[in-house]
Write a protein of this length. Structure first.
Length: 564
């Protein structure tokens, strides 16, 4: 992806003082492939304020474990961002190397990251309602080598243990799967994985993405993550000019499995800097003349470049739902009005010419998140709220909608916390909201298994959660075998859970009266229970009403303590 306008290349004469490796905390650390490797001692791994929030890739924070990547992508913009970095300038000058000729990593990056998350030994960001997304990495690939993938795992674990943040990882390497497998299952729901590519042609990508995994391997990794139930997103970037944009978009959407992606970002090669020329030159050197010619047509011609960007957007917009689409576009003054008209369809406007979202800067709530929603986020919120209000008893759909609102902080314009939002908007207590989210996740984790019986109500899910997560698929298959064509019940799941867990169900015998050996319920208790149900119905709290009735039906008793 391209970042905001900045110097075309890193200057070796930018005023840096003559300093040596020792004074700057630089160590030579062998080689990675053909590139020399350097370690730098830095205090900066986690950045809590980032422009990547503007791109909707995070809620502000980012993290990075290095400054110069193991890969050599011709369109890379990092050298522009770090054009005044003393350590990089010194390394390049003393070694006579270019930016893409070196690998620069931060020494002890997980430990450095951990320190920035603590204050006097205690977590600084431990508010349960602070569930922002942190993005890794804006500077280097998170899984360029096995060692780098393992470092990413260590950084993620520090973030997962010390905060309640979710983590979005982007890579051009199949080793991202190694990262996913290194994250304990308890944190899986807070990880979001994306594999980046702007083409489906591995040989074409190889011309301008030197050292990256083949596109086919990246797509295979993405599919594996999706099949295993991980959260994923798509990143189509950078997209070259095409002969047939619609065909390209249809093929990309199919390979990304858009339905399995939470969101899909896309971007063309940016007009600023040297990215277009460098890409064209790399294509010609690889004898990809046709593709190089298409790039050359938009290098010098601003009108042609704008047409290329708009055609790319329009083609992708046809195949990616607007609530998922995130098209990053650095807008010019002449084309601003056109792109403004496309924001509801997924366009995200960037650069100096983008209009301000409001006449005064958006305020910050107590979580440090901008209160103002984008047009896309506002549309998403309306859709999720409609799902919740119109179908409270559909716990899976409601749980998924609540998850999306919570994770995206779509409540932030009106409420400081997710809990306050749920109470005021849906008259739904914190415990019930989080229970619905957890129950929906249980069913969602089972769904990718395929050909499996799924729980149909909350009572059934509650029984299933008494089993270890890794055994739940096995349990539901056993239940289906036992039931045959019979209706699924919570009791059937309960018995199978006990069988798999190796426990014996010894229900407590019903207490009986000496006179008639029957259980009786005192009338005041029963009347009180009916009063509770009536109040829930009058207040339109259908979710709690259905939950209590379902529990009574499944357990064969009312959901109150009954004195005998």
């Amino acid at each position: 992806m391209q970042d905001k306008e900045s110097p075309e290349s890193m200057s070796l004469n930018s005023g840096a003082q003559e300093e040596d490796f020792e004074s700057l905390g630089i160590e030579e650390a062998g080689r990675i492939g053909t590139k020399p490797r350097f370690l730098i001692h830095s205090k900066s791994v986690i950045n809590t304020e980032s422009e990547f929030e503007e791109k909707q890739l995070c809620g502000g924070p980012t993290f990075t474990a290095g400054h110069a990547c193991v890969f050599s992508c011709k369109f890379c913009y990092v050298h522009s961002i770090l054009s005044r970095n003393k350590r990089l300038i010194t390394i390049m000058k003393q070694k006579g190397l270019g930016f893409q000729d070196i690998v620069v990593e931060i020494a002890d990056a997980p430990l450095v990251g951990r320190k920035s998350l603590l204050s006097r030994g205690k977590p600084k960001y431990n508010d349960p309602s602070d569930q922002r997304v942190i993005f890794g990495s804006p500077l280097v690939d998170v899984a360029g080598t096995m060692d780098q993938a393992d470092v990413t795992v260590e950084i993620c674990l520090e973030i997962l243990k010390l905060t309640h943040w979710h983590i979005r990882l982007l890579s051009k390497s199949h080793l991202l799967l190694r990262v996913a497998k290194g994250i304990p299952h308890e944190f899986r729901s807070r990880m979001i994985f994306g594999l980046s590519t702007g083409t489906l042609d591995s040989s074409l990508a190889k011309a301008y993405e030197v050292g990256t995994s083949h596109v086919s391997n990246r797509l295979e990794t993405l599919h594996k993550l999706q099949d295993d139930g991980y959260r994923t997103f798509g990143m189509v970037c950078p997209i070259l000019p095409q002969e047939n944009y619609d065909q390209f978009a249809q093929e990309v959407a199919k390979e990304l499995r858009v339905g399995n992606c939470e969101h899909v970002w896309a971007e063309v090669i940016n007009q600023r800097g040297n990215s277009l020329r460098a890409t064209s030159q790399a294509l010609r050197e690889a004898n990809r003349t046709k593709e190089a010619d298409l790039v050359d047509k938009v290098v010098e011609d601003a009108t042609a470049w704008e047409e290329y960007a708009q055609n790319t957007f329009l083609a992708l917009q046809k195949v990616i739902p607007p609530e998922k689409f995130r098209f990053l576009q650095y807008v010019s003054k002449d084309a601003l009005s056109w792109w403004q008209s496309k924001t509801k369809e997924g366009a995200i406007l960037l650069g100096k010419e983008k209009p301000p979202t409001t006449t005064k800067p958006p305020t910050k709530n107590n979580l440090g998140v901008s209160e103002r929603l984008s047009h896309i986020e506002r549309d998403d919120l309306k859709r999720y709220e409609k799902d919740i209000l119109n179908d409270m008893h559909a716990f899976i759909r409601v749980g998924k909608a609540l998850t999306a609102i919570k994770n995206g902080k779509l409540y932030r314009e009106t409420h400081d916390t997710f809990e306050a939002y749920c109470i005021e908007k849906f008259d739904m207590g914190r415990a019930h909201a989080y229970r619905l989210i957890a129950e929906a996740r249980v069913v969602e984790d089972l769904s990718p298994i395929g050909d499996i019986l799924l729980p149909a109500n909350e009572a059934q899910v509650r029984e299933l959660t008494k089993a270890p997560q890794e055994k739940r698929g096995e349990i539901m298959k056993l239940v289906a075998t036992k039931l045959g064509n019979a209706q699924l019940t919570a009791k059937a799941i309960q018995e199978t859970v006990e069988q798999v867990n190796g426990t014996t169900h010894n229900p407590t015998p019903a207490r009986t009266t000496p006179e008639n050996k029957r259980v009786t319920i005192e009338l005041p208790v029963f009347v009180k229970w009916l009063e509770v149900l009536k109040n829930l119905a009058e207040q339109n709290q259908t979710s709690d009403l259905v939950r209590l009735l379902s529990k009574a039906q499944e357990d064969q008793k009312i959901a109150l303590e009954v004195p005998l």
